[in-house]
Design a protein around this ligand. Structure first.
Ligand SMILES: *Cc1c(COP(=O)(O)O)cnc(C)c1O
Length: 376
């Protein structure tokens, strides 16, 4: 047999070798295999997907776009950018399309940071920020949370001459915490103008109406602001990988210079374009989500479990007092066919993040928690 010529690997830079690969929610098929369960009976509440699926208009558009998929996609996403520009009230030239909005988060790091710079984000915030900063060898400035959310005054105080990029998620993942408009605006006014701020609004559609703000107005006011949004969550297009950023032209220009060629697919562009047209679907997703939040919150209260009220489509819930609790309860839920999300990689080993599902999915999750006697 031929000897494989495998050497001790020393490829890549030190900083690339120390990246922790992203760990997603467990796929249904994998859990079915592992635990001997019927896939149809498994409830996945692990990746903040839309339990309603996608708008029928988006589905039809994808099927129609299939036949054109021999051709490369429109690298500039002309039609989708025109529709977004119309909807958002900004010029199309202010929009950058991404392979999901994670792509935008990565582009910002590639365009704006070197290994001599620093990127800042909050403790208990989206793990992709860590990876994006690590991927370019920049220094991490991780600012301790305030009540599980962003501590904006502490973030301002932590700015150094090296700081070039700050990520703020609102609503935040994995905690569901929310920063009100006044606090954000005051923060944006105090960040020095040579430091870019990415305001990540992946869950913006789930924010309660009384708390919403017009961040497009802020993009017009602040040349250092990038607002990122996604079609993965409320729009239900996670598998098609499409999101976007909005920023003034000088920032948009550098983002597009590091954007990979053909980073968004024809199917993703077509689906997003059609989905934008179906506001009823988004309204329905919002309503189902708020009802599900109330349902899960009431059950957590009854079980004596501490949770963080969420403005997203998921709830962070504390399932025990020891550092093995998250893993233990996660396993118990998996055995009962419920996939939740452990968050030990976020430094929260006593907690689970549970995506808000349909009424029946939430009920299955609650029943599994009861059966495991969590909290009791
Ligand atoms: C899910 C998520 C995103 C977007 O993910 P994509 O699928 O890449 O668009 C961005 N930010 C946060 C905080 C998220 O939770």
């Amino acid at each position: 047999m031929q000897q494989n010529n495998v050497q001790q690997a020393h490829w890549g830079t030190d900083y690339v070798r120390s990246i922790s690969p992203y760990v997603g929610g467990k796929p249904i098929a994998e859990v079915a295999r592992q635990f001997g369960l019927q896939p149809e009976r498994i409830v996945k509440l692990a990746s903040n997907e839309n339990p309603l699926g996608m708008s029928p208009r988006a589905r039809d558009a994808v099927l129609a776009a299939m036949s054109d998929s021999t051709r490369y996609p429109d690298n500039d996403g002309y039609a989708l950018k025109q529709a977004l520009a119309q909807k958002l009230g900004v010029p199309a030239a202010w929009i950058t399309l991404g392979h999901g909005s994670s792509d935008l988060l990565e582009m910002a790091a590639r365009a704006l940071l070197t290994d001599a710079d620093a990127g800042m984000y909050a403790r208990y915030s989206f793990i992709v920020y860590t990876q994006a900063v690590q991927g370019v060898g920049a220094t991490h400035q991780v600012v301790p949370d305030r009540d599980f959310g962003h501590d904006l005054p502490a973030m301002l105080a932590a700015i150094t001459p090296q700081t070039k990029l700050i990520y703020v998620a609102n609503p935040n993942n994995p905690t569901g915490t929310f920063l009100e408009a006044d606090a954000l605006l005051s923060f944006l006014r105090q960040v020095p103008p040579h430091i870019a701020v990415v305001l990540d609004e992946a869950y913006g559609e789930y924010t309660e109406p009384g708390l919403r703000y017009d961040s497009m107005q802020w993009v017009r006011e602040f040349p250092n602001l990038i607002v990122s949004r996604t079609f993965s969550k409320a729009y239900g297009l996670a598998g098609l990988r499409i999101g976007y950023g909005v920023s003034q032209p000088p920032l948009t220009d550098v983002l597009n210079r590091v954007r990979s060629a053909f980073n968004t697919s024809s199917l993703g562009q077509a689906a997003a374009l059609a989905a934008l047209d179906d506001q009823d679907f988004i309204d329905q997703a919002y309503t189902v989500n708020r009802a599900g939040h109330a349902q899960l919150a009431a059950a957590f209260d009854a079980l004596g479990l501490h949770y963080i009220p969420s403005q997203g489509n998921f709830i962070l819930v504390k399932v025990g007092d020891d550092d093995g609790a998250g893993a233990r309860v996660n396993l118990a839920l998996l055995q009962r066919g419920v996939i939740a999300r452990p968050v030990d990689n976020y430094g929260l080993p006593q907690w689970l993040r549970i995506s808000i599902g349909t009424e029946a999915e939430n009920a299955a999750c609650i029943a599994a928690l009861r059966a495991h006697d969590v909290g009791g």
